[in-house]
Design a binder for this molecule. Structure first.
Ligand SMILES: *[C@@H]1O[C@H](CO)[C@@H](O)[C@H](O)[C@H]1NC(C)=O
Ligand SMILES: *[C@@H]1O[C@H](CO)[C@@H](O)[C@H](O)[C@H]1NC(C)=O
Ligand SMILES: *[C@@H]1O[C@H](CO)[C@@H](O)[C@H](O)[C@H]1NC(C)=O
Ligand SMILES: *[C@@H]1O[C@H](CO)[C@@H](O)[C@H](O)[C@H]1NC(C)=O
Ligand SMILES: *[C@@H]1O[C@H](CO)[C@@H](O)[C@H](O)[C@H]1NC(C)=O
Ligand SMILES: *[C@@H]1O[C@H](CO)[C@@H](O)[C@H](O)[C@H]1NC(C)=O
Ligand SMILES: *[C@@H]1O[C@H](CO)[C@@H](O)[C@H](O)[C@H]1NC(C)=O
Ligand SMILES: *[C@@H]1O[C@H](CO)[C@@H](O)[C@H](O)[C@H]1NC(C)=O
Ligand SMILES: CC(=O)N[C@H]1CO[C@H](CO)[C@@H](O)[C@@H]1O
Length: 342
């Protein structure tokens, strides 16, 4: 899990009352346990169906896929699931990630009929309702590098914008097994941008295009950014860019061939400090005000208070009420050996 190499985090958590969220520290990058569509008990048919499904996956050692779509049982106890790996991932890494997911997710969400978990390498979702083919942009989370582009910000944004819209086009033109694109470009002599876009391949071309488009706008709200990296993880699509090579640089990602390829070589530079935003639903009301409240809390209160911590603890939490029913929760932490300005 690449994100586990991130030593310093700032988390923001926006919590709605109808959904329960747990941040997993060591395993998933994040996961959501969703009880909106019901709960199950430990002797229910739903649980039996879930277990049937999991054992059919974990006992299968012949999987040549990066997209798992499954459905077990009859309504109202039907379990529908989708697991999706990065198009740059070798099949054996994909299988391992899916196998890890089916172990972890029901453990973390032992009663909720619906759940979603993201690893860097794969996403697992299951639900009692039909999820195949439907474009869903929430729950999602955004992670943003706190490292800033300081030179040629305009050129950076121009190159980034062009690269992301190219990947949006390329990914949405994929087939029913793979909707995925990676690419890189450089801005002048200043640096490189590497980017990754992927949709669940059961999405239509149009839905994929829209999903990635909305995430591009979420990532670059006013059409301009100075973050050197960011990513948005969602149920139906995933978008990420960094100033270092973070994916497996496969020459021509295509539909899975019949034989599993050997694992591609990977270069991972250590990521920098990350801001993490968890968003469980579309922002209700004034988005500008939301961003303002969020940024003020993170930059003025949490970052400052965490930095003021001693050599044993650099940690701060805070929250701000947006309205009577919507609250932003924030958490910031550095390893305590860092200097306050780092
Ligand atoms: C994720 O995939 C990479 C290859 O891209 C692999 O090296 C790594 O071990 C995988 N991570 C986990 C937690 O399986
Ligand atoms: C599921 O259980 C939680 C508490 O365990 C409860 O708050 C929630 O309302 C339940 N959901 C449904 C749809 O019954
Ligand atoms: C899948 O996960 C199970 C449970 O964690 C483990 O026992 C099994 O060895 C895993 N299978 C593979 C092929 O990794
Ligand atoms: C894209 O990345 C590859 C591999 O790191 C590198 O060889 C190539 O020069 C890069 N291209 C641009 C335009 O940055
Ligand atoms: C999902 O699985 C069902 C049943 O196995 C299959 O008929 C269907 O074609 C699959 N859909 C996709 C998009 O792979
Ligand atoms: C990055 O952009 C923000 C908002 O536009 C601005 O307030 C900040 O000063 C910029 N940071 C750097 C290092 O340029
Ligand atoms: C949204 O919030 C911003 C900043 O608080 C404010 O300037 C703007 O007028 C608000 N827009 C609406 C439609 O209320
Ligand atoms: C925020 O809302 C909660 C619950 O609605 C309330 O208890 C708390 O006092 C509010 N805090 C502030 C700072 O307004
Ligand atoms: C691979 C890994 O990090 N597994 C951890 C998942 O989380 C549990 C409980 O927090 C740990 O015990 C595992 O070691």
């Amino acid at each position: 899990m690449r994100i586990s190499k991130v030593v310093h985090y700032i988390h923001i958590l926006i919590q709605f009352h109808f959904i329960s969220i747990v941040i997993s520290q060591q395993n998933f990058t994040a996961h959501y346990c969703i009880d909106t569509y019901g709960n199950y008990t430990s002797t229910s048919i739903y649980e039996a169906n879930l277990n049937t499904l999991f054992s059919s996956i974990s006992s299968n050692t012949q999987i040549n896929s990066r997209f798992y779509n499954f459905s077990i049982g009859e309504e109202p106890d039907q379990v529908n699931g989708i697991a999706l790996c990065g198009g740059d991932l070798a099949f054996q890494d994909c299988y391992k990630c899916v196998n890890d997911s089916i172990t972890m997710l029901p453990r973390l969400c032992p009663t909720q009929k619906e759940a979603i978990g993201w690893y860097d390498n794969c996403t697992l979702r299951y639900a009692s309702r039909t999820i195949l083919g439907s474009q869903e942009e929430q729950p999602s989370l955004m992670l943003m590098s706190t490292k800033k582009v300081t030179n040629n910000v305009n050129q950076f944004n121009q190159v980034l914008g062009t690269l992301l819209s190219r990947l949006r086009n390329d990914a949405s033109k994929g087939d029913s097994q793979l909707k995925f694109a990676i690419g890189n470009d450089s801005y002048g002599s200043f640096g490189s941008i590497y980017a990754f876009a992927q949709c669940s391949p059961d999405l239509s071309q149009r839905d994929c295009f829209n999903c990635i488009g909305d995430y591009i706008r979420g990532m670059i709200p006013s059409g301009s950014t100075n973050n050197t990296g960011a990513q948005i993880l969602g149920p139906s699509c995933k978008l990420r860019y960094e100033d270092y090579l973070f994916y497996n640089d496969v020459p021509s990602p295509s539909s899975p061939p019949t034989a599993a390829p050997s694992p591609p070589t990977t270069v991972h530079s250590p990521p920098s400090v990350y801001l993490v935003y968890y968003v469980t639903a579309n922002i209700i009301g004034n988005e500008t005000r939301f961003m303002e409240l969020r940024n003020n809390m993170m930059n003025d209160k949490i970052a400052v208070n965490a930095a003021l911590g001693g050599s044993q603890k650099k940690f701060a939490t805070d929250y701000v009420n947006i309205s009577a029913f919507q609250t932003i929760y924030g958490l910031g932490q550095c390893t305590p050996d860092l200097s306050p300005t780092a």
